[in-house]
Design a protein around this ligand. Structure first.
Ligand SMILES: C[S@@+](CC[C@H](N)C(=O)[O-])C[C@H]1O[C@@H](n2cnc3c(N)ncnc32)[C@H](O)[C@@H]1O
Length: 281
């Protein structure tokens, strides 16, 4: 029996919720099985809903090690929270006045918005701008994005109102994509990309310290860069760290503990954590 239209909408929304918040990836078969069991509907109804979502570019098939998975598609604009819309270059988007649109060309670099760590970093960054947490007025704010990937956080920070952003990444492919995305967002003059903090400092001797440091990186890297981050940040600067696990949070926060830093906020999504801390003035 064909489910009525309202039920079809619910099935599609449930599929999007499941796939979008899954801790691991679903194969088409696993997805079908789980939705059928949860909603007591036929496999045919699930397949029809998945096909519709694929046709609307809301889901996509991905391949990994010979297996096919169903994932959220980022070929269409996606709202990530914090008033940020990530959109492909040619997508038509009508943002509300409080929203910004960051154009991201899908590539190999991390940072299309499909990962909770990117979304949490964007949410915390938006909060520091909207709630005036930064030590300077936004238009004077200088941002460092360590592990910039696609450049998404640096570009978003500039579009939120920061004066300038520098991104670093050890991966040359990410650096090329970040530079491309800077251009795509009209930020070539305000966003610079380097392979390391050392290269950035060499390029700009006497560099004034940063007011916002963004780093979506794994726990060991976040701990390792403690000294560099402390040195390169201005008094009152905000650091937004994302990409660590709940069990790693206490140790990470201990590393960035008082007397130099205060914890402002933490977020958790799907087994990943993010934190905003502030260097004491
Ligand atoms: C999880 S991705 C984050 C990408 C993007 N900033 C985001 O939030 O979506 C981490 C990026 O950091 C880079 N990376 C890893 N270790 C690094 C390090 N020590 N210094 C700079 N970049 C690093 C990786 O190449 C990768 O592009």
């Amino acid at each position: 029996m064909t489910p009525p239209r309202a039920d079809e909408d619910i099935i599609r929304q449930n599929i999007l919720d499941m796939v979008g918040h899954a801790g691991s990836k679903y194969t088409p078969m696993d997805l079908e099985r789980e939705i059928c069991a949860r909603q007591n509907i036929s496999r045919k109804a699930v397949r029809r809903a998945v096909n519709t979502l694929m046709a609307e570019n809301r889901l996509t098939y991905t391949q990994f090690l010979g297996h096919t998975f169903v994932e959220i598609s980022y070929k269409r604009p996606v709202e990530t929270g914090g008033g940020v819309i990530l959109a492909p270059p040619d997508a038509v988007v009508t943002p509300r006045p409080e929203q910004i649109v960051v154009r991201i060309e899908a590539g190999a670099a991390f940072g299309a918005g499909d990962h909770p760590t990117t979304r949490m970093a964007l949410k915390l960054a938006a909060w520091t701008f909207h709630d005036h947490i930064l030590p300077k007025p936004a238009q004077n704010c200088r941002v460092l994005d360590i592990g910039t990937g696609s450049g998404v956080l640096a570009a978003a920070a500039c579009l939120m109102g920061a004066a300038r952003a520098a991104g670093t990444d050890i991966d040359p492919c990410a650096r090329a994509e970040a530079a491309g995305n800077a251009a795509l967002n009209g930020l070539t003059d305000r966003m610079e990309i380097f392979d390391s903090i050392t290269a950035l400092e060499k390029n700009s001797p006497g560099l004034p310290p940063f007011h916002l440091v963004l780093a979506n990186l794994r726990y060991p890297t976040l701990v390792r860069m403690h000294k560099a981050v402390t040195e390169i940040s201005a008094p009152g600067a905000v650091m937004i760290f994302s990409g660590f696990r709940p069990r790693e949070q206490p140790e990470l926060l201990k590393t960035y503990d008082s007397p130099r830093f205060d914890l402002l906020r933490t977020l958790e999504e799907n087994g990943w954590c993010a934190a905003a801390i502030q260097k004491r003035p």
